[in-house]
Design a protein around this ligand. Structure first.
Ligand SMILES: [Zn+2]
Length: 323
């Protein structure tokens, strides 16, 4: 029985960075009037660039990780944070410029032979850079330093997972990749819809306790996330707790309306099951079996009573929300 369960897994992921704050939503900016002020760093000036997704929704997988979020999450990014988003793509999927700009650099990784393209973007008096890594091919000889690209222009094709990063030069942290910010607040409305589509089909062990898509870089352990019932007749609240950055297990606490902990124990999940992940909450006195589904800040949780079989569908789920 135990072997059927995958304890909440912490995938070991490559890569790199940290973030203390995320920008406010992009705002329209008037044509700048000279002289252009040079902001001192760090600033809290919100970003103004609008970006598209660098990939097509149809090239993203419909299951599995699908996408690796920005910031501090899972074991591989637990110490350093992640400087962008990784999209799982079919090999050969097109990767496109997220906005118009000038190519700053095209690099080739000597070991893998894969390409990284960096593009500079200027919006008003704000300077940005987008980075597209792990490309198997470049689209043409015009994908080279100094060349201009239009938004949506084909840069190359993906080898598989493709890293996308946005640097906002008004943000700075004294860490590697000091300007990297979450791309999320910069998305166009269309890109936001596409991203939500990808996101709604992706399943992550970590989403029980992490905000995702845009994780903070100052996430401290034990990390926890409290979900409050918004509908249904399940427990009034449930808190998931990740004890440490590299812990393979989560803990849980069931909460009464008052916030009092009424039960505590360990969590096992199996995210590979379709259409919904399985969850088991084990306390010293009881095991509760259930199904769940998390999309953004809402979780549907169909949790059986102690000792009863797992609910067979999620139609009976209670709705939980988290900030
Ligand atoms: Zn990455």
């Amino acid at each position: 029985m135990r072997r059927l369960w995958m304890l909440v897994g912490l995938a070991v992921l490559a890569a790199a960075c940290t973030d203390e704050k995320t920008p406010l939503a992009p705002t329209a900016v008037a044509t700048p009037t000279p002289p252009v002020p040079i902001p001192s760093l760090p600033t809290t000036v919100p970003g103004v660039l609008t970006i598209a997704l660098p990939i097509s929704v149809d090239d993203a997988p419909i299951s599995g990780a699908g996408m690796t979020p920005f910031g501090f999450h899972s074991a591989g990014h637990a110490e350093t944070g992640h400087t962008g988003w990784d999209f799982d793509l079919r090999a050969g999927a097109p990767v496109r410029a997220a906005a118009a700009g000038i190519i700053l650099e095209v690099n080739t990784d000597q070991a893998s032979g894969r390409f990284t393209v960096q593009i500079e973007h200027v919006a008003g008096n704000h300077f940005y850079r987008t980075i597209y890594s792990s490309l198997a091919t470049l689209a043409s000889a015009d994908i080279a330093a100094g060349e201009s690209v239009i938004a949506g222009q084909l840069l190359g094709t993906a080898a598989g997972v493709s890293h996308f990063q946005l640097d906002d030069f008004e943000y700075y942290r004294d860490i590697p990749a000091p300007n990297a910010v979450s791309p999320e607040p910069f998305l166009s409305a269309a890109a936001r819809g596409q991203l939500d589509h990808i996101w709604s089909r992706a399943v992550f062990a970590e989403e029980l306790v992490e905000p995702f898509l845009t994780n903070p870089r100052d996430l401290l352990f034990p990390a926890s996330r409290t979900w409050t019932r918004a509908g249904g007749d399940g427990p009034a609240g449930i808190r998931f707790i990740r004890p440490s950055a590299r812990a393979a297990e989560y803990n849980y606490e069931l909460l009464a309306e008052s916030g009092t902990v009424i039960e505590a124990g360990t969590v096992a999940i199996n995210i590979a099951t379709k259409p919904y992940p399985l969850i088991a909450l084990t306390s010293p006195t009881a095991v509760r079996l259930g199904l769940y589904d998390v999309v953004s800040n809402e979780m549907r949780l169909a949790l059986g009573l102690p000792g009863l079989p797992r609910p067979t569908d999620i139609a009976t789920a209670s709705i939980y929300r988290t900030r």
